[in-house]
Structures are given as C-alpha cells and as structure tokens.
Design a protein around this ligand. Structure first.
Ligand code: SAM
Ligand code: FES
Length: 344
C-alpha cells in the first residue's frame, strides 16, 4: 500500500514512513487529495473564522525567532485597553465572527485579574461566541480562573517537541517541559486546546518534525496551528532562511490524515511566504482562517516576522478579502462558533 493510503487508513505511520513522506515529493499529489477528501468528510467545505485580537506586543520572553521578543529595542510597544478590546469584539460580531482570539506576548501588565475581567465581559456580551486565549505559559490555577470566567479555548504552540532543538530556539529560562505541562493542564481543565509548531526553523531536522507529530499524537489537541518560520530583521535568527511552502503544505496534509477531526488554520505566515499560501493551505486540508480584528493603527507593531501581511491600510477589509479568497479556493466561510468535532 502507498504511504498516504496507509496513513489515511491507520492514522499513523512508523517513523521511516513519515521520514519518506516528509522528505520526498513523490506522494504529494495523493497526500493532498486524501487530505482534502478527509476534510470534506468531517467538515464539508466549511471554513471557520477566528477573529484575532493582538492586544499587546509587550513580552517578557526572548524567543530567538520572535519579532516582539523583549530585547528588540527597535519596536514601538502598545497595549489595547479593555474598551478597545471590547470594541474589536463588537466590530467582529457585526462582521459575523463567533470566535474571538485574544493573543499577546507574555505581558505582566495584564494580571490574572485583568484578564479575568476582560474574559467575563466578552463572555457576558457575546454568550453565543467562543473566547480563545493565547497568552503563553501560566500556572494551572491561572488557566483555571480564566476558564471559570468563560474562556473556552487556548492556543499554545509547543514550537518544537525536540529538547535539543527547543534549547537552540529559546533562552535557558524557558523549558519545553514547562510548555508541555501547560498544555496538559489546559486539557485537564477542559479547554479546547490548540498546539503546533513552526516549519523550517533554524536547526530543524526531519527527526524534529517527527517528534512534533509524535507529541501531537500524545496530546491529541483540538486545534493544530503550523506555519513557516519567517525571519525577522531584529532577532538573532535574522540571517536564517524562511520555512518552505511545499513542506508546510505537506505537513498540513499529514496532520489532516492523522487528526481528521482537528481544526487546522491556514495561517497568516503561510500567506506571507506566498500570495496564494492560505488558499493552498485550505486545499491541503486546513479548515480555519484567522483574520485580524486588531485596530489598523497597531497592526504593523505586532510584527512577529518581516513583511507580515494584512497590516496596511487595506487591513480593515480582511474579512471581505478572505471571504473572496476562500470562495475562489472552492470552500465556504461559515458564521458559526466552529467547535471541534468529537474525536473519534
Ligand atoms: N505569547 C504567546 C505564546 O507564546 O504562545 C502567543 C504569541 S506568539 C508571538 C504566537 C506564535 O507566533 C508563536 O507560537 C510562534 O509559533 C509564532 N511566531 C513567532 N515568531 C515567528 C516567526 N519568526 N515566524 C513564524 N512564526 C512566528
Ligand atoms: Fe514573547 Fe514572542 S517572545 S511572544
């Protein structure tokens, strides 16, 4: 049996099969076709929208790849007020969004209480919407309080599941073990959990990617976000090449076959390395897009990597632009809370 068919039928492969799939183009066509068929079987042509509110670009961390890392002194920092965040939600709700994703650096200015207050207000103002947080690593008790306040989902990419690789991408103050523990805490509390990794980060090998897939098999997340690494001029990784479109798409298809029920975004980073990247992502098995709902005035400042798209004057039009792109790719935007299908 061909490898993609085997992956489709058993949802897993041994590591030598995964290595062959990851390193050769031989099976790409079959992989993409099977991934699209599985996506249609589980989710039809639906594409779910998540309104992304990038509410602070302050961060206490120093991930070596990240444009908003603490030591980047060339960045103008901003924070949105609670009123501004709620106004993004109002705007998003009117545009048909039923999920709001609050994302930011790890910014101690937003204390546990402050985030609890914001979550409560969104929850009571928009009872029919999902509240997703993406605020990095915190104690289990903090995650629990935010969950109790009404947050339903949490996005925390593990970034790389290979210890040695993790240490090359992060300062010694951070640890893979802690990140993994956070993910298991979040799951235990009852969040719908999203994890994921970057493709093509410096020092990444095929073995690292296989470790990523194995970790995801262990975690069984509801959402899986992957996107190419893109270098940022003011980071220690500024001279490294960007991740590749082809490999990212191949991984999206592999993930769809391994996790048929998962919510998988066609990410902004994919749209940044190729003008049609998000459309290719959808055709390869992705079923979520995350348009930016942040005020246009701050979008350029949340620059995780160089040349990030959807940050200019045209950015207010993200919703309409993405709707057209999704339709052209052969799928359909739905205004729906878009919960994960039951894992089976
Ligand atoms: N602070 C939160 C966290 O650590 O999860 C959320 C914000 S963080 C900036 C969101 C994601 O951006 C990270 O998980 C990482 O995968 C991605 N990212 C950061 N720098 C990137 C880069 N240079 N290229 C592509 N993605 C990047
Ligand atoms: Fe904190 Fe990137 S270093 S969000």
């Amino acid at each position: 049996m061909q490898l993609p068919q085997q992956l489709y039928e058993t949802r897993t492969l041994d590591s030598s099969g995964l290595k062959t799939l990851l390193e050769t183009q031989t099976f790409d066509k079959e992989l993409t076709a099977l991934a699209d068929a599985v996506r249609r079987e589980y989710y039809g042509t639906a594409v779910y929208l998540r309104g992304l509110i990038e509410f602070t670009n302050y961060c206490k961390n120093n991930c070596l790849y990240c444009g908003i890392r603490n030591e980047n002194r060339n960045l103008e920092r901003y924070r949105l007020t609670e009123e501004e965040i709620l106004s993004c939600c109002k705007n998003g709700y009117e545009l048909g969004y039923r999920t709001f994703v609050l994302q930011g650096g790890e910014d101690p200015f937003y204390t546990e209480d402050a985030v609890t207050g914001i979550v409560k207000k969104i929850r009571s103002g928009y009872p029919d919407c999902a509240v997703t947080l993406s605020l990095g690593e915190h104690p289990a008790e903090t995650y629990q309080r935010w969950f109790n306040a009404g947050a339903n989902r949490y996005l925390l990419r593990h970034e790389t599941a290979n210890n040695e690789h993790y240490r090359k991408m992060h300062p010694a103050t951070m640890s893979l073990l802690n990140r993994k523990e956070c993910l298991f805490h979040l799951k235990k509390i009852g969040y719908q959990v999203g994890s994921g990794f970057m493709v093509g980060t410096p020092f990444q090998t095929t073995e690292c990617l296989i470790d990523d897939l194995r970790f995801l098999q262990e975690l069984q997340p509801d959402m899986i976000g992957i996107g190419p690494f893109i270098s940022h001029r003011d980071t220690p990784f500024k001279d490294f090449p960007n991740g590749k479109l082809r490999l990212t798409l191949r991984l999206i298809s592999i993930l769809r076959l391994m996790f048929p029920y998962a919510l998988i975004p066609a990410t902004t980073a994919l749209g940044t390395i190729d003008p049609q990247g998000r459309e290719w992502g959808l055709r390869s098995g992705a079923n979520v897009v995350m348009p930016n709902l942040s005020p246009v005035a701050v979008r350029k400042k949340y620059e995780l990597y160089d040349n990030k798209i959807c940050t200019g004057e045209e950015a207010a039009e993200c919703r309409a632009c993405l709707g057209r792109r999704i339709a052209r790719a052969g799928y359909e935007v739905v205004s729906d809370i878009g919960n994960v299908k039951k894992h089976s």
